[in-house]
Design a protein around this ligand. Structure first.
Ligand code: SF4
Length: 274
């Protein structure tokens, strides 16, 4: 066991290996893949702790026991996290038959929203998988259903719940800032794209946005995602899905906020935001 220093990109296996070797956590160009040449040049298998923790139980109880939990295409137990304004934020184990609504509302999981608040948006797979609206909470937390809702996948199944009082311009900007600062900077479309998205989202959040900025965000995201295999790791995909889904699914709110912004307040707001 080795405690990481918190860099997001060190969740990528070769970035993790570089970090373990005491170097800056930069993902490596592949091939060679870690199974051939990994930690200190030796064959290395990197797996999630959650995956490894299933192994003793599968060996002791058998594969049939494991696959009897959850649907056929998403077998086995899963750790689900829920954070935000729910009564019982935390990490829970369950089968992949539950929905986002179950995770938020059921007593053995989130226990419902705090203080009578209503859900506005959920990022159900960690932030990198994309966003759901309040009308999409019946999405199953399995390996297949998230694609039906325009998401990248199940991801970490660590749901972030956002309530009705939150301005989606601030959510958009916080997400863009995260990827802008977590890109390691080796690949052009990731380094430039995430930083452009951060600048555009900051302009919108500061009250100086333009309607065309929403299209500019979508175009930037599209250009970053148009070149699969041209970046060293998958961070650009993870950066584009939340931005794209929020702009597309919450566009009426974002447009209304841009149209309603009072003139002349951008400079003051920018100071506050920065
Ligand atoms: S895609 Fe982004 S995070 Fe990944 S290696 Fe390239 S610059 Fe770094």
């Amino acid at each position: 066991m080795h405690r990481g220093a918190g860099a997001y990109v060190c969740g990528e296996e070769t970035g993790l290996i570089e970090s373990l070797e005491g170097k800056r956590g930069w993902p490596r160009i592949k091939p060679p893949f870690p199974a051939v040449e990994g930690l200190f040049g030796q064959p290395t298998v990197v797996n999630n702790v959650e995956t490894l923790s299933c192994l003793p139980h599968i060996i002791e109880r058998g594969a049939d026991w494991f696959t009897s939990i959850g649907p056929d295409h998403s077998a086995g137990p899963k750790l689900f996290c829920v954070s935000g304004p729910v009564k019982n934020p935390g990490c829970y184990e369950g089968p992949m038959t539950i929905s986002v609504r179950d995770l938020i509302e059921r007593g053995e999981f989130g226990g419902g929203m705090r203080d009578g608040k209503k859900v506005k948006c959920v990022l159900p797979g960690g932030v990198s998988m994309g966003a759901l609206t309040a009308d999409e909470l019946d999405m199953k937390l399995d390996f297949a259903d998230p694609r039906n809702y325009g998401l990248l996948g199940l991801g970490t199944a660590a749901a972030v719940v956002i309530d009705e009082s939150v301005d989606m311009r601030i959510v958009l900007r916080n997400l863009a800032r995260f990827y802008g600062t977590e890109s390691c900077g080796q690949c052009t479309q990731c380094r430039e794209g995430t930083s452009w998205m951060y600048k555009i989202a900051t302009r919108i959040a500061a009250g100086a946005g333009r309607i065309e900025d929403l299209d500019l965000l979508l175009e930037t995201a599209r250009n970053m995602g148009m070149m699969p295999g041209y970046s060293i790791c998958g961070l650009p995909d993870g950066a584009t899905y939340p931005i794209e889904t929020i702009v597309k699914k919450f566009r009426p709110e974002l447009e209304a906020a841009i149209k309603a912004q009072p003139p002349g307040n951008a400079e003051a707001l920018l100071t506050v935001l920065n």
